[in-house]
Structures are given as C-alpha cells and as structure tokens.
Design a protein around this ligand. Sequence first.
Ligand code: CU
Length: 358
Amino acid sequence: MRVSNGWALTVLLFTATPLAIAHPPQPPQKPQHPIIRKEWRTLPPPEKAAYLKAVTCLLHKPSLTPPFPDTGVLSRYDDLVYTHIQQTFDIHYTGHFLAWHRYFLAAYERMLREECGYKGAQPYWDWTLDVGAWAKAPVFDAVHGFGGNGAWVEGEPGNPFQVPGRTGGGCVVDGPFAGIADLVHLGPGNSVVYNPQCLKRDLSPYFAGRYLGMNQTQLTLAAGDFGWFDMVVEGGPSFEASGIHGGGHYGVGGTYGQMGDLYTSPADPIFYLHHANLDRVWWSWQKMNLKTRLTDISGPIFLMDYENLRGGNVTLDFPLSVGVSGSNVTIGDVMNVAGCGKNGVLCYEYDKVYKLGK
Ligand SMILES: [Cu+2]
C-alpha cells in the first residue's frame, strides 16, 4: 500500500504543473459516524454468520509478527494472542487495564473489518441475561454461536487451581471451532512456541452466577471514582475476590479452558465478546457523568502496586501498544469511544448502556 502510494506521489510530482503542486487536490473529508456495537443474541443469523466467518478469516491470514524459531505466531489472530501474552504482567491489575483492553478490542474490530471484509461492529455479550441458564447462553449455540462446553475432564487431585463448579475441561465438541486440533497455537501460560491445541472450555454455571449477575454489575457501576471502579471490575487474584472480569474468564474457561488462562485467553474468540461487555460497563459508568469521567483515570503503572510502592499511577499520557496490530496511542486517546478523530482514535457506540439501579 505504502509502496504504491509512494509511486503515485512520485508520478504526480513529475507530471503536475507547479500550480497543482501548490494546491494538491484534497480527498473529500468523509464525515465519521460511530459504528454501533450490539448484543450477540440480537444480531440476525446472517450477521452472526458474517462475524464468525471474519473470525475464521483472521485465523487463516498470515501473521505480521516477525518470525522467530519455533514460533507459534502463525496468523493475524495469533498476532493479538501473542501481544496479550507478551504484555500480560503489564496490562492486568494496573490503572490502564480497561484502556489497554479497549484499544486491543478496537484493533481486533478494525482487523475484522479492514482485513476480513466484516461490515458490522464488534458484538458484546451481556452475561447478566444468562446467569440463570449458563450453558444455554446464545453465545454457546452450536449453529448461531461459538459452540459450547468442553467434554468433562476429571480434575487432578491436589491441583489447587480448581475453579468451583467447573463442568467441562476438554475440547469444545460443537460449533464452528470444534474438531480442529490446531485451532490454538500458543500457550498454555506464557509459552509462545508452536503448540497445536484444540479450543477448550470448562463452564462453571456456579461461578458465572456468583460474579456475573446484575447484583455484581450494579455494585461495579456504583463506584464513585475510576480507581475504585477498576478495582471492583478486576477484583483480586483469588477466585473468591473475582469481579465481573474474572467472572467471565473463569465462568467460561474454568480450570482447563483457554479463557481461564490469564495469558492465552484471547485464543478463545468469546474473549472479545466478554471484553466488549466489560468495555460497555466502563462506558456505561463513564456516561453517568461524562464530563468528569472522560478524563478520570488512575491506578498503578505496575501490577498490583495499589500502594504505589514500585511506581506512580498512570495518567492520560500513558502509552498503550498493541504490537504489530495498531499504532501506539495514549490512554487519553481512548477515553472517548465515540471520539471519531476529533476527541480520540475510537469511533463506536453501544446500542444500550447499563443504568444505575436498573
Ligand atoms: Cu487481558
């Protein structure tokens, strides 16, 4: 792209009259309107199919990450999983957790649209609607969703990392990602060597019910300032201290699924619908007092450094990187989801936001 533009410019410089050089033709300014993110279950079946097709396209597009020996970074999809693994300890339990994941999601949405022809916006998953019948959530549908639970795998006795109420643990058995032995190339944990694996889930209806209900969501929305809001979203590292963030990860991934893996979780395409809803919770919270909350940011630069013993708090000029999948921006650039080039780099909206007390 850059090469052909360069050629076009060179040709223009050698052939145009001096007057044309002094006043180069400007491309018409396209008005930018935010694209609208909607809940998965409200999308008509053809839109669901188009989204899943675009995800599969990213799984097959060659990666842009420079190759290194034994690498498991094969696809454009892997580029993002790799970026998440690399930065895991820099982007969780920090003040920029929500901002970084907001930008990461926008990069994925742009890749689906610009590299895979998807016309819609990134859908979200409002899990508060599914806590009563977790395994029947529309996102887990075998035809119009991402497939459901993994086959039951007995937990090893003595493994302390047993998610309470887990019900699966093996390969996902239905849906568009079932039966593919090398769908996931990276992990588990922070490993980035090529390791072909199936997509695994280990649903915990109990965990989802406890941490993803409207009560927990309302508790989150009631936070008075950003620092507190972020701590309620993220919770603590133990299962009992989970917030809505951990609720979705362990409610879907349990002990053995990719969603339960702090590093490799974006390997499950449901990751992006869960995080879109977390982003929607943040945007709902911001919209309750937008004037103040478009600039309200705090929380530690370093992992769990809530006492600021290792460093200070993040500020609006703190940098965010998504590796090869987007240019570097700052937290301030992503505070407004509908900035549309005027007040930031993002340009989307949600069809619905949460309201306090409802
Ligand atoms: Cu993450």
